[in-house]
Design a protein around this ligand. Structure first.
Ligand code: FAD
Length: 289
């Protein structure tokens, strides 16, 4: 973990672009509560295959205009160099200076990939087209990407993204801190020393967590799954247990030198804020981890 300790810690919250006026209003409230803890940035997802393009732009520009730097996620699957360049122009002209660059997934039923096949090609294209305008974040998978042929190739593919010009990475969520430590260890052996910020998924609902985790290849350790199952419909106990488990893991990560945390908020403030407060991050410049 030595490589990670040199970086200034940064904390961020991820949203998805709302579909309805009610969703927009709700996100505004969530944004206002999270803005109070002064995160380094917000990020906004880009629906599979670009399906939320306009809503992502609208949400990013709205949040960015309210004073906290906001990073759009941008995926290349289903896009062309031209459509991606259009997005880069919009973001550059609006003063956005960070992008989460991804391959993305196609919505089910939709066929062809785009002109750029993998995230390393997208990073390369953004660097070619926009130089150093954007700080580029890429995805990292401590438990390995579900489509990777093997762990070794997944690491080599991650390395390609770094060589193409990624500045830092955000991980897929995980509940086993050791997978993150091992991943960093492997990166260090390859000489890769960019910040790799753990992505944190607060636990609020068992069935949606299982559905999500199956889709993205994140493992829910058996002891957590069994305990959550045992709570049945008791959502208060699920949230309380989830809060404890995730807080403990975050504390371990930060103590070991993780360069910050990125919260997958699912457009809810409570769960992330509870973990934030448990960790004492309000005074983050003063705490020892
Ligand atoms: P890549 O890095 O391109 O990797 C994809 C797969 O291809 C991996 O298995 C890799 O090993 C393999 N691979 C990579 N390069 C090569 C190569 N040159 N040759 C052969 N194989 C290769 N999805 C969305 O649709 N919208 C979002 O907003 C979004 N946000 C995300 C944010 C974070 C922090 C994370 C971790 C994921 C996010 N995702 C999002 C999900 C992501 O798009 C999927 O996991 C997708 O399947 C892979 O994207 P990637 O950028 O990691 O792809």
């Amino acid at each position: 973990m030595e490589s990670q300790k040199q970086f200034k810690r940064r904390f961020s919250f991820e949203f998805f672009p709302p579909k309805t006026d009610q969703g927009r209003e709700k996100l505004q409230g969530v944004r206002d509560r999270l803005a109070e803890v002064d995160p380094d940035f917000f990020s906004v997802t880009f629906g599979a295959g670009g399906s939320t393009r306009d809503r992502t732009i609208e949400t990013v520009l709205n949040l960015h205009g309210q004073g906290i730097s906001t990073a759009p996620h941008l995926s290349c699957v289903g896009g062309t160099r031209e459509t991606i360049a259009e997005l880069l122009d919009i973001y550059r002209e609006s003063g956005v200076n960070r992008i989460v660059a991804l391959r993305g997934d196609m919505p089910s039923g939709m066929g062809a990939a785009g002109e750029l096949r993998y995230a390393n090609e997208l990073v390369e294209f953004i660097r070619e087209y926009s130089g150093d305008t954007f700080n580029l974040e890429v995805a990292a998978y401590p438990e390995f990407h579900p489509q990777a042929r093997n762990a070794e190739e997944d690491l080599q593919n991650f390395e390609r993204k770094v060589k193409a010009g990624a500045n830092s990475a955000i991980t897929q969520y995980f509940f086993n801190a050791d997978s993150y430590f091992y991943f960093i260890d492997r990166l260090e052996k390859l000489g890769i020393t960019i910040p790799v910020v753990p992505g944190i998924m607060p636990i609020v609902n068992f069935s949606s967590l299982v559905r999500f985790s199956d889709m993205c290849g994140a493992e829910i350790p058996r002891w957590i799954r069994k305990q959550l199952e045992a709570y049945g419909d008791d959502s208060e106990s699920i949230k309380k247990f989830g809060e404890e488990v995730v807080t403990d893991m975050c504390e371990r990560l930060l103590t070991a030198g993780a360069p910050g945390l990125h919260f997958y908020t699912l457009n809810q403030a409570d769960a992330s804020l509870k973990i934030w407060n448990n960790l004492g991050l309000a005074n983050r410049d003063k705490i020892s981890f």
